[in-house]
Design a protein around this ligand. Structure first.
Ligand code: GLA
Length: 389
């Protein structure tokens, strides 16, 4: 089946987490080259996105946005051509308010002209932020307006809304026309941030789906404290390899877009293997895009917020199941299959495949109870099979 614009959670790379203001065309070209050479493009990551700080601080005399000539001397059209020639797509950034969050001119009351300009540059994706929005103007109207401008600019441009889960966005974002929307505040490169963002999404599985995906923010996988920005670094900054694995597994199961945020030129083999984990990506990119639901591990008296199971119904009848230990001690997380609707009397068992270790675990009836390391996870793909086949 054809992948229509925004049908599945978008995948790609975004400049913000590592580089913030310090971006230029050489960097973007290097990332594009590496995406091809190192297999990221073929793993599904096809949007290369420039975030904030790409323009001059003033529009030109005709009111047009101007790329900073020191950062992008060849211009945006040349850069988008470069990315397109390598079989990928080009993303840019603006904001619904008068200024971007870093204080550059933004698209408030310039929506239709800016959309036309982006289209003329060959832009395929627009991230649209929420800073400097006039207080008395409703946010939903501004996203509807930009969506209308993009859908009529003569080019397919994926619309990535970014209002951080504010102003009851869940109620109006799908009808606004956006293909994805930030459902969280900004991520930081540390465990507390990953944990807080993930916990904030539990119970919101009804707000994600095809053509309008909940965006839990760009990935910090593999950054290891490498941001040039103190907020993103969050003090010392960085996570362990286990924590990055749990982060990636959560974003995959929860259907978030997968936008890489690390300096891909410095990625370790472990980072690359995690970002290109085919089994986890397949869960994220499942055709039906169903939200994952939470199951409380048994026994219930031992339950707390920090330990949970997520189950996602997949198109072919399999289930993706993640066991997450967000707490500080090793823990057995016990899943009774009837908590997913499967009765013992059904004559079915589950054949489990470990999506992180990439191995078959065998046939399980009634329950599966992995022991999970602190800040760790186990993710399996479960197939229903006859017990006595
Ligand atoms: C906001 C967004 C971030 C990033 C910055 C850029 O904070 O949420 O993702 O785009 O603005 O200034």
């Amino acid at each position: 089946m054809e992948n229509y614009l925004g049908m599945l959670p978008p995948m790609g790379w975004n400049s913000w987490n590592t580089f913030t203001w310090d971006i230029n065309e050489t960097l973007i070209r290097e990332v594009a080259d590496l995406f091809v050479k190192e297999g990221y493009r073929d793993a599904g990551y096809n949007y290369i996105v420039i975030d904030d700080c790409w323009s001059l601080k003033e529009r030109d005399k005709n009111g047009a946005l101007v790329p900073d000539p020191n950062k992008f001397p060849s211009g945006m059209k040349a850069l988008s051509d470069y990315i397109h020639e390598r079989g990928m797509k080009f993303g840019m950034y603006s904001c619904a308010g008068t200024h971007t969050c870093a204080g550059h001119p933004a698209s408030f009351e310039h929506e239709f002209d800016d959309a036309a300009l982006f289209a003329s540059w060959g832009v395929d994706y627009l991230k649209y932020d929420y800073c400097y929005k006039p207080n008395k103007v409703e946010g939903d109207l501004l996203y509807k307006r930009m969506s209308m401008a993009l859908k009529n600019c003569g080019r397919d441009i994926l619309f990535s809304a970014c209002n951080w889960g504010a102003d009851n966005v869940y109620q109006w974002i799908r009808s606004s026309g956006a293909h994805m929307y930030r459902s969280t505040g900004d991520i930081q490169d540390n465990w507390d941030s990953i944990k807080a963002l993930a916990l904030s999404q539990l119970g919101k599985e009804c707000y994600t789906g095809s053509f309008c995906h909940n965006d839990m923010d760009m990935l910090v996988v593999g950054m290891y404290g490498g941001s040039n920005n103190d907020f993103i670094k969050a003090g010392i900054g960085g996570c362990t390899a286990t924590e990055y694995t749990t982060h990636f597994a959560l974003w995959c199961l929860m259907g978030s877009p997968l936008m890489i945020g690390c300096d891909i030129r410095k990625a370790t083999p472990e980072t690359k293997a995690l970002l290109q984990n085919k089994d986890l990506i397949a869960i994220n990119q499942d055709l039906e895009c169903r939200g994952a639901y939470r199951i409380t591990p048994q026994p219930q008296w031992n339950a707390d917020e920090e330990n949970f199971i997520l189950a996602k119904q997949l198109t072919n009848g399999d289930l993706a199941i993640g066991f997450f230990n967000m707490g500080e001690g090793k823990r057995e997380l016990s899943l009774m299959f009837w908590d997913m609707g499967l009765p013992y009397s059904s004559d079915y068992a589950l054949s489990l495949y470990d999506c992180i270790e990439h191995k078959e675990l065998g046939l399980f009836t009634e329950r599966f109870a992995p022991v999970v390391e602190p800040h760790g996870c186990v993710v399996v793909r479960a197939k229903l099979v006859r017990k006595n086949a």
